[in-house]
Design a protein around this ligand. Structure first.
Ligand SMILES: Cc1ncc(COP(=O)(O)O)c(C=O)c1O
Length: 444
């Protein structure tokens, strides 16, 4: 990071209502970043902080990658914007073609949006419209999963399964049901990688089919690895079983790979690592290394063709899209990002680093307050014992103390969730572990 960074501290914190933030606490003790490079942030009081969460599971190639920054700078000076509706620009086609090569099976068509939430709502709407176009308009039910996170749109909130994200917002979408989550600490605590027990939880889908009838169900959406709820790694065989049941009953299977995409689990996508082809796959975050907001949905050929072939001549085939779908700055960032991933071999790097990472996070097993540790790819979750009647308090306190010692990360519930940039070095991993251990040792 350059020494010439001008650090400016804002003098009005009140006007900005920060999302998913304890605003009162934050404004009494603000944590302000003014620059970033590689795996570090720089704070407004000139401290270097290790980014243990790759931003928010998104800066997979590390901060301010030079090639990505240059691509965005070049694009903004050449063409700032053009609409994706009825006109196009080269970038959106180039990125879609690259993604089609990267995605498994015949997930060969990409439709773009700007955030994970928008990608999820896009996929859910495509599922509903697809069945309708095929004369199965009764298939309107959407199935999510307890503890799932699919963003904050009404669709994503409805299929999501994290209580606090739902309970404030009324009845949400009609006709949504949920599979049980896969967390089973009695049998799977301290599992390394995919846990052994829990494939049979996919059979709950057969129960929902028995209850609602398959002819009413449009789609099942799950995160291959549930991230935001505290990292629940899929049990061995579980996702394969979901795929089988969905295929058997003509239900579309959507994998929400907003977190698991782009090397996070040591492959381009979790679906690639597991050899499963979902019918649609949502992506965001690592797609542009978070440099410019962008998301997308990969769609299997049969679905895409159903829309294209159903539309009368010169008529729109999908009544859906955003002003900023395929924004030129976003596609410039995505194109450069995908090239960086390949040129620097970052997905392979993540896979190679996984055993070291796994040993490092599991070395915290004997640290104070630790009740479970989970890992997959370059993701690690250290679950702490909840302080009686004060859920989230311990993890948040640990987060604040680690921040003071030069490490930041996401916490969810009482789980410390780590997902560093894929360029992380072993020495940084050692630093993360020793800072957390030190803090746990001093925490009551
Ligand atoms: C699996 C998953 N889906 C969707 C989203 C929503 O993405 P965004 O915050 O970009 O709307 C997230 C965000 O963390 C996510 O983890």
């Amino acid at each position: 990071m350059s020494d010439s960074v001008v650090t400016i501290s804002p003098n009005d914190l009140d006007s900005c209502w920060k999302p998913y933030t304890a605003n009162k606490q934050f404004k009494s003790q603000p944590r302000i970043f003014v620059a970033a490079e590689g795996i570090h942030y720089l704070t407004d009081d000139n401290r270097k902080i290790i980014d243990g969460s790759a931003g928010m599971w998104c800066v997979n190639a590390g901060h301010c990658n030079k090639k990505i920054v240059a691509a965005v700078q070049e694009q903004v000076a050449r063409m700032d914007y053009s609409t994706a509706f009825q006109t196009g620009h080269p970038g959106e086609f180039e990125v879609a073609a690259k993604l089609a090569l990267m995605a498994p099976g015949d997930l060969d068509h990409a439709i773009f949006a700007n955030s994970g939430s928008e990608a999820v709502d896009t996929a859910l709407k495509i599922a509903l419209a697809y069945h309708r176009l095929r004369g199965e308009g009764n298939r309107t039910r959407l199935i999510g999963r307890e503890r799932g996170y699919h963003g904050v749109g009404f669709g994503g909130t409805s299929v999501g399964g994290i209580v606090n994200n739902r309970k404030f917002f009324g009845p949400l979408l009609n006709g949504v049901d949920h599979l049980p989550h896969t967390h089973n600490p009695e049998k799977n605590a301290f599992s390394r990688g995919q846990p052994k027990h829990g494939a049979d939880r996919a059979d709950a889908l057969e129960d929902l089919i028995a209850l609602h009838d398959a002819s009413t169900i449009a789609a099942v959406i799950v995160e291959p690895m549930a991230g935001s709820t505290g990292v629940l790694v899929p049990p061995i065989g579980y996702l394969e079983r979901l795929r089988e049941i969905c295929t058997k009953h003509g239900i579309l299977l959507i994998f929400d790979e907003v977190i698991t995409g782009f090397g996070r689990v040591g492959a381009a996508f979790a679906s690639e690592r597991l050899g499963i082809v979902p019918d649609m796959m949502t992506m965001a975050k690592g797609l542009t290394n978070a440099t410019v907001p962008m998301s997308g949905v990969m769609v299997r050929s049969g679905i895409y063709e159903t829309f294209i072939e159903s539309a009368p001549e010169n008529a729109i085939d999908l009544f859906h899209g955003y002003t900023y779908s395929g924004h030129p700055l976003a596609t410039a960032a995505a194109k450069a990002t995908l090239e960086v991933y390949l040129e620097e071999g970052l997905f392979e790097r993540a896979r190679e680093m996984e055993p070291y990472w796994e040993d490092a996070v599991h070395s915290l097993r004997d640290a104070r307050h630790v009740i479970d540790i989970r890992n997959w790819g370059l993701v690690g979750a250290i679950e702490l014992e909840q302080i009686k009647d004060k859920p989230t308090a311990r993890a948040f306190d640990v987060f604040l103390r680690c921040f003071d010692k030069g490490l930041t990360f996401r916490t969810t519930g009482d789980t410390v969730a780590w997902s560093p940039p894929l360029i992380i070095e072993k020495s940084h991993i050692d630093d993360m572990v020793s800072i957390l251990r030190e803090v746990l040792d001093e925490t009551e």
